[in-house]
Ligand binder design. Structure first.
Ligand SMILES: Nc1ncnc2c1ncn2[C@@H]1O[C@H](COP(=O)(O)OP(=O)(O)O)[C@@H](O)[C@H]1O
Ligand SMILES: [Mg+2]
Length: 357
């Protein structure tokens, strides 16, 4: 898939800017703080309808503007073109048009455009909290199959409603509360089981691919991914029943997909606490490369790949290894420094203060 052009209106520090992109490699040059990551974020928004920086839509609208617009023309592998028009508003859900047809729900866009972003923040997948690992896996799940977006929302909703009730109960349970809690438990158990099943299946597919990607970047090393929350053996309905007394006391849902972790290991040691920073960074790259390869294989076409400021962080040999092992397709590389030696750009875009120069 190729994004042929990208237009931003009142997005972050861009007023109105149209970028002509190309198959092959585009390098985006600009000093820090001038809009390189913003450009990557806009492109990735079309794939996920959210910011890869984990902020609200509102944060992406230019200060002083009411709405932001991201437009793109996408050339699909079968030769079809889609014109996508996404609008972000303050305090209202986003709106999306494809080929001038308004989508009933913005989420129906998912699956139309696929983007993989590599970012220095990816180190957080390895070093950060369980939430960052969940987000990595869940985003991959949705990238591979958009229907899991709805399951993820069902889980979130059930957890929120269950937690709201637990707060209202203020540590005490009467008969009515128990009945309502039964309802939320059933919803959480249903959506949670489906989501846990999907996560486990994905981890099973990813593990050998991430292992291979790590080897491509750093030579043969055993790396592991595992997802084995105790509730999966017991069943979530049973686990929620066991946790109920504690949940009432703590006024929060302590068991379920929203609390799980994905264990990562390098050479059979936990990567989060035992690996060196270099190994952690390589594992983060291998995780991204892994999902990129999985989606490329499944779709028989590579997602647009964005390397946002990551090459400058790697030593020359690792940067070259990464570039050598990327599936062919459209690649956008941003950097504040010089164009890395191993890169042969087809196009160069220079950005200053939210404008091309
Ligand atoms: N909502 C917004 N409205 C206007 N400017 C913004 C907004 N959000 C971020 N910016 C500006 O964008 C710039 C950072 O852009 P960014 O793409 O992160 O830079 P870099 O080129 O270093 O990747 C900062 O100057 C910041 O003030
Ligand atoms: Mg940046």
């Amino acid at each position: 898939m190729i994004v042929e052009h990208l237009e931003l209106v009142d997005f972050r520090n861009y007023r109105k800017e149209r970028f002509e992109l190309t198959d092959g490699t585009t390098v985006v040059l600009g000093n820090n703080g001038h809009g390189k990551t913003n450009l990557a974020e806009a492109l990735a928004y079309l794939a996920t309808l959210s910011s890869f920086r984990g902020v609200s839509n509102e944060a992406m609208i230019r200060h002083e503007a009411e709405t932001a617009v991201i437009r793109a023309t996408v050339l699909h592998p079968d030769g079809r073109r889609s014109n996508v028009d996404a609008e972000l508003s303050r305090g209202a859900p986003g709106r999306v048009q494809v080929n001038r047809q308004r989508l009933r729900r913005a989420r129906d866009l998912l699956g139309t455009i696929r983007v993989t972003v590599f970012s220095p923040d990816d180190l957080g997948i390895v070093k950060g909290s369980p939430g960052e690992r969940r987000r990595y896996v869940d985003d991959a799940l949705v990238a591979l199959s958009a229907k899991y977006d709805a399951v993820r929302l069902d889980v979130d909703r059930a957890v929120r409603q269950r937690n709201r009730l637990l707060k209202q109960m203020a540590g005490r349970m009467d008969g009515d509360d128990a009945v309502t809690l039964d309802v939320w438990d059933a919803r959480l158990a249903d959506a949670g089981e489906r989501f846990g099943e999907a996560r486990a299946a994905l981890i099973g597919r990813l593990a050998p691919i991430v292992q291979e990607a790590y080897g491509d970047l750093a030579g043969p090393t055993s790396v592991g991914l595992s997802y084995e929350p105790p509730w999966r053996t017991q069943g979530l309905a049973a686990a929620l029943a066991v946790a109920r007394t504690a949940d009432v006391r703590l006024r929060a849902s302590t068991v379920g997909p929203h609390r799980d972790d994905i264990e990562l290991s390098i050479g059979s040691l936990p990567a989060r606490s035992q690996a060196s920073q270099g190994e952690q960074r390589t594992l983060a790259l291998a995780l991204r490369l892994g999902t990129h390869r999985l989606v490329s294989e499944q779709e028989d076409s590579a997602p647009v790949l964005v390397l946002d400021d990551v090459l400058s962080e790697l030593d020359a040999s690792r940067a070259a290894a990464l570039l050598r092992h990327l599936p062919v397709g459209q690649i956008i590389i941003t950097t504040a420094g010089a164009i890395p030696d191993a890169v042969e750009p087809h196009r160069i875009i220079r950005i200053t203060d939210g404008a091309q120069v």
